[in-house]
Design a protein around this ligand. Sequence first.
Ligand SMILES: [Zn+2]
Length: 418
Amino acid sequence: MSATTLIRQAAVFDGTRLLSRRDVLISDAEIVAVGSDLPVPADATVIDGTGRTLLPGLIDAHTHTTSVGQLRQALVFGVTTELCMGGDAATSRRVRAVAQTRDDVADLRIATVGATAPGGHPGQLVEIGLLAPFPTVAGPEYADAFVAQRIAEGADHLKIFIEDGTVIGHAMPTLSSETIIALVEAAHARGLRTAAHTWTRSAAQQAIACGVDVLAHAPSDGHSDQELVEAAAAAGKFVVPTMTTLAGMSLTPVEFELAEDPRLRPYADPDWLSALEHVRTTEPAQRVGPIAVQAMHGADAAVRMFRLGVPLLVGTDATGGADHPTTHGISYHGELALLVRAGLTPAQALTAATSTAATAFALEDRGRIAQGLRADLLLVRGNPVEDITALRDIDTIWRRGVRVDRRATLSAAELVRS
Ligand SMILES: [Zn+2]
């Protein structure tokens, strides 16, 4: 099979804007040329891009990835990179190692263990046996050693929990601002970006004041006042609204609609589809109505920050649980729809999904279509800059220049092993 591919006459969304009728040449894992009427190399596979749009592979800026099967689901929906915001170090490392050696799953960057105070969130999950015990940070003097340990266990970025438990009705100790500042300094000194878990306005405020790079949620525990919105903009922080995960707890998860979309459904994990059906038919009465109000506050804060210049990222907060509708890959299309519904243009949402995410996490080899970058690419029918849902109508996905067979299923053995 030829390792050279020429995509001709496609509209190209290059990570920030739409260019009409361009040719893009891929050789092995790299984009080697972008132009008009490029010569056709003798050994090239030629793809007619007429009526189609070529985009950089999508980046999910907030996941909790625990299996290769999840990375497979991400990739078949066009997500070529997942940024895991915390999990067991050995599991994270093992899944990332698999992603480095094969091209039929999405790539992965990992946080390993997030920083929290002794007894802090998510330590309550250790108490009930859902999480294995993990190291914590007792004060600023322990920050440097904590970050060094995360790097030693393979972390690509640092996750910091800012969660006092008020929203979940279970008060918990939190990191002091001095400790968060020390963690951010230690991470930056060692070349790591930092992201903080920030569901509340006070958490967002503290993350901004302490110099954290990325707010991994939009604050949603009430109306964000103008002071907070302006502080986020002045500090130049990135925000991942994660609207789909709040919607997933509400009476109307966006996934109900995604699962019915004939452009998406054939590629969805059958186990997820049946878990979703279970949610739809048995749980509506138990689902949380007030979450819809939180979702509204989160969306409002994110869009007001965006209007003042805060770059937004697209993240699902997908986990592996069957009890929550938000999942890897397909839910990303829901997050994009929610961002557009909240007021972003499709082009702004696509920029958030690609080049902004790459900038936020210093992934210099991806997130744009340009010579020399990785050939993580997505060819879709129609124009997602006019209609964001055109992104669901996927023609071809390339990961590192390798064309993805979306219909292939990973063998049970592969999934068990991974
Ligand atoms: Zn998360």
